[in-house]
Design a protein around this ligand. Structure first.
Ligand SMILES: [Zn+2]
Length: 396
């Protein structure tokens, strides 16, 4: 996490980042990683404790080392509310600075009834605000759809019209962060999943269509208005086909359940993701030559595009989410051959590794918590927290 640090919070932001990275880790370890003397580390953690920003508990003594403490989120510390709006429904969770969201409420998606769902989420967030008061510092939304300028501009996978989500906020002063599900899942995988430790991580995921993000030093590259990373809408597909997005020849249409249905000569499935899972299982079991052939074509189309993006972005690692690792596993030889074949020659001797995502279904929720915490645990966010804290203390 690269951020400018001013004098007031110098050191403190680093310590808080360590608590985010490894909640429950020791103060000695944080000091070592940050290059702080033990006196400075003790002083910084004492200041953060006094502001309810973190908690310290004695750590069991190890060998003859000096006694240290474990650094944990403070029980009265800042929180972000995390909202997830997906095809299946919505859920609302709350996360402390350890970035581990726990769900507080969930509801079904209702096709074409976005005002009603927005109203339900607003009610849930009002409850969160009533319960936690000034501890609630930001609302972070993970949405299945294209996000631009903090609005959902293309929520077609939800069956919604473009939707302004500011109505969910419990009050005007709470910051709102909105991210696309693939962007947020990629952020989580880069910081704490399959891409951890790598500087430049390309995340690609297949659900219905394909999404992804390039994360550089922990920061997602989402472009000027936030709508970047729509890798599925690059023209790696059939140029005679018009994509539902409006562009021609999109890769999106070659790598998912819709493509498998076309290759199998059956009608378009109602639920392309479930259909894809079914065909992948048939191909893996063997004995179904049609399923195997269809999966091989999709694996080829997916792997060629991955190689093209590796040529373009030069990532240290590619993380594959959603159905992508399953497609690769079901036709591994075809996938790997197409990947190598698509790489520029100088890359082939030592190809960039492709790794399956490791955080599972909650990855985008975890990413949304991280994006919200980036706002809260910034210089401006901490200034605001300290001012509110001192005002509350003065009132007694
Ligand atoms: Zn498209």
């Amino acid at each position: 996490m690269t951020r400018a640090r001013d004098a007031r919070w110098s050191g403190a932001l680093g310590v808080l980042d360590e608590v985010r990275r490894a909640p429950g880790g020791t103060r000695a370890e944080a000091a070592r990683r940050l290059g702080l003397g033990s006196g400075s580390a003790t002083e910084i953690t004492a200041r953060l404790r006094a502001l309810d920003l973190l908690d310290e508990v004695p750590a069991p003594a190890v060998g003859r080392g000096r006694p240290t403490t474990r650094l944990l989120p403070h029980p009265r510390g800042p929180l972000v509310a995390v909202v997830e709006v997906r095809y299946e429904g919505w859920r609302c969770a709350v996360s402390g600075i350890d970035g581990r969201p726990s769900t507080v409420l969930a509801g079904p998606r209702r096709h074409g009834t976005e005002p009603q769902v927005v109203g339900e989420i607003a009610d849930a967030l009002r409850d969160v605000k009533r319960r936690y008061g000034r501890r609630l510092r930001a609302v972070s939304v993970n949405a299945a759809g294209v996000v631009r300028d903090r609005r959902l501009v293309r929520p077609t996978t939800l069956g919604w019209e473009p939707t302004d989500l500011t109505a969910i906020l419990p009050d005007e002063s709470t910051p709102l962060v909105i991210g696309n599900d693939a962007t947020l899942a990629g952020l989580a995988e880069a910081r704490g999943g399959a891409g951890v430790g790598a500087g430049t991580v390309l995340y690609l995921t297949v659900e219905v269509g394909l999404g992804g993000v390039l994360v550089i030093d922990g920061v997602p590259a989402v472009g000027g208005s936030g709508a970047g990373g729509e890798y599925g809408h690059m023209p790696f597909g059939d140029r005679s086909r018009r994509c539902p997005c409006g562009a021609r020849g999109c890769w999106d249409n070659e790598v998912d359940g819709r493509a498998l249905a076309r290759h199998l000569g059956v009608g378009q499935p109602d639920d392309p993701r479930a259909f894809a899972v079914q065909v992948l299982e048939r191909a893996e079991r063997g004995g179904d030559a049609d399923a195997v052939a269809a999966v091989r074509r999709v694996a080829d189309a997916l792997a060629c595009g991955v190689a093209g993006l590796v040529n373009a972005h030069d990532p240290d690692v590619v993380t594959l989410g959603g159905l992508a690792p399953l497609i690769r596993a079901a036709a591994q030889d075809d996938f790997d051959a197409a990947y190598l074949d698509g790489l520029m020659e100088f890359r082939r001797a030592d190809p960039i590794p492709l790794r399956a995502a490791s955080l599972g279904d909650d990855s985008a929720l975890i990413g949304a918590a991280a994006a919200g915490l980036d706002v809260v645990l910034s210089e401006a966010g901490l200034d605001q927290w300290a001012a509110d804290f001192e005002r509350a203390a003065a009132r007694g």
